[in-house]
Write a protein that binds this ligand. Structure first.
Ligand code: MN
Length: 417
């Protein structure tokens, strides 16, 4: 066991009961306040630990890192040091925060290095270089196949042989709290009519998780499933906003484009792969047998409870989905091995999203497309209104947690076109 994950650890920082951020988590993010410039922080309870301040006080020496890694508006510096260094940094922070440690409490630093989370403005945690979106939940792929193709052959022939994915747009990935504007585009309102230009009418969310990479190997050098975890820094919640009407008309033959790249929202705290280690579970039996480069050993899926809530402007929200990250057919190791099997290189700060995470039964579907079954089963909201898709003024909130730890949330309000 990674000692920083020991469930018996307690911190001298008071952590409220049920907090997503006990000492066993220690996720990284970028924050600022009215008086502090953007910098690296770690969440602990309802406080943020200021790592720039700690570094300047000499508490993060001998980790091979420098001030520029902490006094900066992205985590890329830390991430680019690689897995061993970022793990050592988390372990050091765990030591400093333990209830039996007096290094910080004996100095004035315990007063100046902790900021109230409510005073912190969170920023994009990483400068995302490249972004890829997978399609790795079998239940999601089956649901979509049943709706739009053949219920008897819902999965395309390649689906169980490889983690299918497309390259998305990094520039429009935004941090939680950023408003999302309903996109315009080409809509094909009727099969026998030409397309029209207008605001999307079928605006949807996709419940996903995304992992952030350390620098990979060189161009032409694949990363194997056995090496993959050494190249994964951490994970965030990911809302892949989707305009279904734009998507439906544009996606053949080259795949998702303007129906997707107007915005994707992520949670601000990056939970490290180290912190998720206690929540490993085995994945589904993969049949047919996968090619050798996609084989892996040991539990490589993660048991994380997920939920999606739609909160209308009047504030009475409704949870429309409860799913779990373990419902993936392809795991992150396989996704990364497949992504690089042709020699494609990855860089520090790349983001690879899971694809919509649907479970097997109604109530666990990860998009309104599936929840309302193409608009045929509207969701009844507490105020009596119905939702087939997302309406202007709605805020979509996604959460993830398990056992001791959680991710906080990713939220985004849809504003009119
Ligand atoms: Mn997606």
């Amino acid at each position: 066991m990674i000692e920083a994950n020991n469930p018996n650890l307690k911190s001298w920082v008071e952590v409220p009961e049920g907090s997503d951020f006990p000492i066993q988590n220690l996720p990284f993010g970028i924050f600022s306040t009215d008086t502090l410039s953007p910098r690296v922080g770690v969440a602990i309870g309802d406080k943020v630990l200021d790592l720039q301040n700690l570094y300047e006080g000499g508490f993060l020496a001998n980790l091979g890192m420098s001030k520029t890694d902490f006094a900066t508006s992205t985590l890329n510096g830390i991430i680019n040091h690689g897995k061993a260094s970022s793990s050592a940094l988390r372990n050091r922070i765990s030591e400093l925060l333990r209830s039996d440690s007096t290094e910080l409490t004996d100095s004035t630093f315990s007063l100046t290095c902790l900021i109230e989370m409510s005073d912190a403005k969170m920023h994009m945690p990483v400068m995302v270089g490249d972004y890829t979106d997978c399609y790795s939940s079998e239940d999601h792929a089956r649901n979509v196949g049943k709706m739009f193709r053949d219920p008897e052959n819902a999965l395309l022939p390649n689906w169980k042989h490889m983690p299918v994915a497309y390259h998305g747009r990094a520039s429009s990935i935004v941090v939680s709290g950023t408003q999302v504007k309903r996109p315009h585009g080409q809509l094909k309102l009727a099969d026998d009519q030409p397309p029209v230009y207008g605001a999307s009418r079928l605006l949807d969310f996709e419940l996903e998780m995304a992992f952030i990479t350390h620098p990979g190997k060189g161009l032409g050098e694949p990363i194997t499933t056995y090496e993959a975890e050494d190249f994964i820094f951490g994970i965030v919640l990911f809302n892949d906003w989707s305009a279904r009407d734009i998507q439906k008309w544009e996606y053949i033959p080259l795949g998702p484009f303007l129906g997707k790249n107007f915005a994707s929202s992520i949670s601000p705290w990056v939970v490290t792969l180290d912190a998720l280690d206690p929540y490993r579970v085995s994945g589904p039996n993969q049949d047919p047998e996968v090619l050798p480069y996609l084989k892996y050993d040991g539990p490589s899926h993660y048991d994380l409870d997920l939920e999606v809530e739609i909160v209308p402007p009047n504030g009475q929200g409704k949870v429309v989905c409860r799913s779990n990250f373990k419902h993936m057919y392809w795991n992150m190791r396989q996704q990364l091995a497949h992504h690089t099997v042709n020699g494609c290189n990855i860089r520090g700060g790349d983001m690879i999203a899971s694809g919509t995470i649907s479970g097997p039964e109604e109530g666990s579907f990860g998009s309104m497309l599936e929840i309302s079954w193409k608009g045929t089963k509207p969701v009844l909201m507490p105020d009596g209104s119905e939702r087939k898709f997302i309406q202007d003024g709605d805020t979509v909130v996604m959460r993830a947690s398990k056992g001791l730890i959680g991710f906080g949330e990713v939220s985004g309000e849809l504003i009119p076109a």
